[in-house]
Ligand binder design. Structure first.
Ligand code: SAH
Length: 285
């Protein structure tokens, strides 16, 4: 369904055109009275949607419709069972357009954010990828559908253990979950084609930059004077020059570590100083 250009521009419009063509083609002819009431495109759209599974709806309404275009990313996210990564009591909300709590004060990112970050990495298949902030393991599973191997670091041991179990149970044997401080990267498997951090740092950690191959991409949220936090992409140039660009404003939990924030309190103090009374820890994912 998501293959033609028109389709990628607006999947719902594609569906609507398909319905219109079918309705036109099936007009009653000759002595036949035809159906008792006329179906409109709108009524068909309404009855078509419920039969699309929640994961397909997520792909159409949350990813494609909001601008995620890379078919590798859409395809990867169509394959990963997000419900297996969220806590049991939240399974019903697994495909909702929002982040979900994971326990330990951490969250599994909103599907759109996972899609946008993965797309920004520009993966084509075959890459050696580092993820910082395993959390539930969901984003690592999405990455594993495209890359050759994914090394994912988590600083909270209970989360690392749970994610490792979930990934093993689902057969993601190309994901290695490591317990530790990912702000320093992970030297044993460096250099990387792509690095993604799913927690916000005060700046891009020098260790992460150093572990990128020339031409490699790093995507992470960092402190931004204008909007609080911005998702940035760094492309390591082959001539030693880096190219850095901001992609969009975001809200992530803190990257805590030697090249991140010293602790949650330091991050909270900074966020409160920037946002004042309107700051709410709950809205940071
Ligand atoms: N990618 C995750 C979402 C992670 S939320 C998913 O798909 O579910 C961010 C995670 O980063 C949290 O689990 C937090 O514990 C972790 N984190 C924060 N600082 C870290 C650090 N220095 N090293 C590794 N993990 C870190």
């Amino acid at each position: 369904m998501l293959t033609s250009m028109a389709d990628r521009d607006d999947p719902r419009e594609h569906l609507r055109r398909f319905i219109r063509r079918s309705l036109d083609r099936n007009q009653p002819a000759g002595r036949f009275a035809g159906p008792r009431c006329e179906a409109s495109e709108d009524s068909v759209m309404k009855s078509v949607n419920p039969y699309i599974g929640p994961r397909d709806r997520m792909i159409i309404e949350q990813l494609a419709a909001k601008g995620v275009r890379d078919e590798r990313v859409l395809d990867a996210m169509r394959h990963v069972a997000r419900e297996a990564f969220v806590p049991e009591e939240l399974r019903e909300a697994a495909y909702a357009d929002q982040p979900l709590p994971l326990g330990e004060g951490q969250t599994i990112s909103q599907p759109y954010i996972v899609g946008a970050m993965t797309e920004a990495l520009g993966l084509e298949g075959g890459e050696n990828v580092l993820e910082i902030g395993t959390g539930s393991g969901y984003a690592a599973a999405v990455l594993a559908h495209i890359a050759r191997v994914v090394h994912s670091i988590e600083r909270i041991p209970a989360l690392a253990r749970r994610a490792r179990e979930t990934l093993r149970r689902l057969g993601y044997d190309r994901v290695e979950v490591i317990e530790g401080d990912g702000s320093l990267g992970w030297r044993p498997a460096a250099p990387y084609d792509a690095i993604v951090a799913t927690a916000e740092g005060p700046c891009i950690p020098p260790s992460l930059r150093a572990q990128l191959k020339p031409g490699g991409r790093l995507v992470m949220p960092v402190e931004d004077a204008a909007c609080g936090q911005a998702l940035v992409r760094l492309v390591r140039g082959t001539d030693g020059e880096d190219h850095v660009e901001s992609i969009q404003p975001v809200r992530f939990v803190p990257l805590i570590g030697a090249e991140g924030w010293p602790d949650e309190d330091a991050w909270l103090a900074k966020m409160r100083a920037d946002a004042g009374e309107s700051f709410s820890r709950e809205s940071y994912r």
